[in-house]
Design a protein around this ligand. Structure first.
Ligand SMILES: [Zn+2]
Length: 135
C-alpha cells in the first residue's frame, strides 16, 4: 500500500500541500492538476474516451495521469487506452465485493512439478503501471 512519505507544496499554486509518495512524483495538487486536465483533446477518438465525469478524474490518480500523458505527448499506447477504458468501466459499474471463490479441493502441486510449471513470466514494459494482470 502506498503511504505518503512526506508533503510538499504544490509546484503550481505554491499553496496546497501535496502528499508525496515518491521523489519522482511531480508535486501538484488535485485542483491544479484538474485545471491542467481541463483542455481540449483534438483527436476525436481520445476526446470521446476522455469524456467522462470529472469526479472520475478527481477520484483516480491513474485516469488523471493518462489524460495528462495524452495532453503532453499527443498520443497514447494501446495498453494505456485499454487500461483507461477498463478503469472507467469499473468506476461506472463498481463490482460488489465478492469473496474469492476457493476451490473445495485445493490442488496440491509438488515442488518439482511447480518448478517446471512456473515458467518465467514475461515482463511487460511500459511507462504506465496498470493493475496486476489477472492470472
Ligand atoms: Zn496547486
Amino acid at each position: 500500500m502506498a503511504v505518503a512519505k512526506y508533503q510538499q507544496r504544490c509546484a503550481q499554486c505554491k499553496k496546497n500541500m501535496v502528499q508525496m509518495f515518491s521523489r519522482k512524483q511531480y508535486p501538484i495538487c488535485l485542483q491544479c492538476q484538474m485545471k491542467r486536465l481541463d483542455q481540449e483533446i483534438e483527436n476525436p477518438e481520445y476526446k470521446k474516451m476522455f469524456d467522462i465525469p470529472k469526479e472520475f478524474y478527481a477520484q483516480s490518480y491513474f485516469l488523471r495521469n493518462i489524460k495528462e500523458a495524452c495532453i503532453r505527448f499527443g498520443s497514447l499506447s494501446e495498453k494505456q487506452v485499454e487500461a483507461f477504458k477498463r478503469t472507467v468501466e469499473e468506476m461506472k459499474n463498481p463490482k460488489p465485493k465478492v469473496e474469492e471463490s476457493v476451490p473445495l479441493e485445493p490442488t496440491v502441486v509438488s515442488e518439482k512439478e511447480a518448478e517446471s510449471v512456473n515458467k518465467p513470466v514475461k515482463r511487460k514494459k511500459g511507462p504506465i503501471r496498470t493493475k496486476r494482470a489477472e492470472v
